[in-house]
Design a binder for this molecule. Structure first.
Ligand code: PNS
Length: 169
């Protein structure tokens, strides 16, 4: 069985992420969407909330499972015997960071390949950060995130906007 891991912060999941997961699900026998903590970012949603959002928007995909991991991607991939790490690539600006991570992951474990899927044109400029910023100011995020999670995102961000300890990063 060819298993792929699709890692990310998913804080929150967007149409861009969903598109990549759907396409990965058509290429591999099984896809594990792996929620991780990015040490460089301060999340707006807990791991549990991000897992629930992902569960909600992938119910129609029988070969997709959602999991979380607090450690190196390479270790998870090795442990479960995945053959690929799938990432979506948007613009040139994503490339350097993703290239560096792909090389690091290969050094840590060379039993899996990083596979880049080109983001669909309509999702080219979409990011979780933009979604959070728009939601914080009460803007319309329906073009960016699936309907099943819109209300939860709006509620959290409208609250966080007035939290003096919270900064969008
Ligand atoms: O861009 P994202 O969605 O915040 O991605 C987060 C991700 C998956 C890149 C990050 O959380 C991560 O890789 N965490 C685990 C640490 C790791 O394995 N790093 C790769 C070696 S540099």
């Amino acid at each position: 069985m060819r298993i792929a891991v699709c890692p990310g912060s998913f804080d929150p999941v967007t149409f861009g992420h969903r598109d990549i997961v759907y396409r990965a699900a058509s290429l591999f026998d099984k896809v594990i969407v792996l929620v991780t903590n990015n040490l460089y970012k301060r999340p707006a949603f807990t791991i549990k909330e991000r897992l629930v959002f992902l569960e909600r928007i992938t119910t129609g995909l029988p070969n997709v499972v959602i999991d979380h991991w607090d450690g190196l991607i390479a270790e998870y991939v090795k442990e479960i015997g995945a053959c690929a790490i799938v990432k979506g690539l948007r613009a040139v600006s994503d490339f350097e960071y993703e290239f560096q991570m792909a090389l690091a992951n290969k050094m840590l474990y060379d039993g899996a390949e990083t596979v880049f899927l080109t983001t669909s044109a309509e999702n080219m400029y979409l990011s979780s950060s933009a979604v959070k910023q728009i939601a914080a100011y009460g803007g319309d995020i329906s073009h960016f995130v699936p309907g099943e999670i819109i209300d939860d995102i709006k509620e959290r961000l409208e609250k966080l906007r007035f939290d003096p300890n919270f900064k969008l990063r």
